[in-house]
Write a protein that binds this ligand. Structure first.
Ligand code: PRP
Length: 222
């Protein structure tokens, strides 16, 4: 029991992804009184203090699953795309309904539909979602050579490095600006709350009310 007592005194660590999603996460956290201070968000600090002794870890979106799975953070907010790709061992109690977009196959609009290729065809696919893209094309009998990139995926077909891309599309603006079009949707995406299973077991009295507060806030916004 003494160990449980010590665990409950530690700050609740919440991993947040830097970047455009943070702009949508902060108002949601503010609505439940759990947001970092605006001045801290603008700073280069990576650990930000929060109310009720919580701490926010500001990290790259692709690293949120790792921090939560390893228990370095108790809770995280991450896109469903990254959960599907990494399949971390975490508890996923809540769809936050923000960061809505879709994971798509896109290719130059003036080229043949990559989804209309006969089975057995070969295709070069640029993506950061290696497993999801490989599985998608394998199920369709297409031999996909996966070219892993970290960003600016849309460039790859324009310089003939890939035939198509598998990437997130939100407004479609980036595709249009680069003469690409969507040809298939793999998954609809939104941001999810994730929890380290051991943290949840040890700190349920702290974590469950936060989940319920966020659930209510999400329901009010929809
Ligand atoms: C994401 C994604 C697309 C773009 C889609 O990239 O990879 O490139 O946003 O958004 P849109 O449909 O509204 O144009 P991001 O801007 O996050 O940068 P990245 O290329 O470094 O991943």
């Amino acid at each position: 029991m003494a160990e449980l007592g010590i665990a409950s005194e530690q700050p609740l660590k919440i991993a947040l992804a830097k970047g455009r999603l943070l702009e949508q996460i902060i108002p949601l956290l503010e609505s439940v009184g759990m947001a970092p201070a605006a001045a801290d968000i603008q700073s280069r600090k990576l650990i930000l203090p929060g109310p009720n002794g919580c701490q926010f870890l500001i990290i790259r979106a692709a690293d949120v699953c790792t921090f939560v799975e390893r228990g370095a953070a108790d809770i995280g907010i991450v896109g469903r795309d990254l959960l599907l790709e990494a399949r971390p061992n975490v508890y996923e109690p809540l769809d936050l309904g923000i960061g809505r977009c879709r994971l798509c196959v896109a290719a130059p609009a003036d080229r043949p539909d990559p989804m209309a290729l006969p089975a057995g065809s070969a295709l070069k696919v640029a993506t950061k979602y290696d497993h999801l893209a490989a599985s998608f094309f394998q199920q369709r009998g297409v031999q996909a050579e996966i070219i892993h990139l970290y960003g600016s995926m849309e460039l790859a077909p324009l310089v003939a490095m890939a035939d198509c891309i598998v990437d997130l599309v939100e407004t479609g603006g980036t595709l249009r600006a680069n003469g690409l079009a969507e040809f298939a949707t793999l998954f609809d995406i939104s941001s999810r709350l994730i929890v380290n299973p051991a943290s949840y077991a040890l700190r349920k009295e702290r974590i469950q009310p936060l989940i319920e507060q966020l659930r209510s806030a999400v329901e009010e916004q929809t």
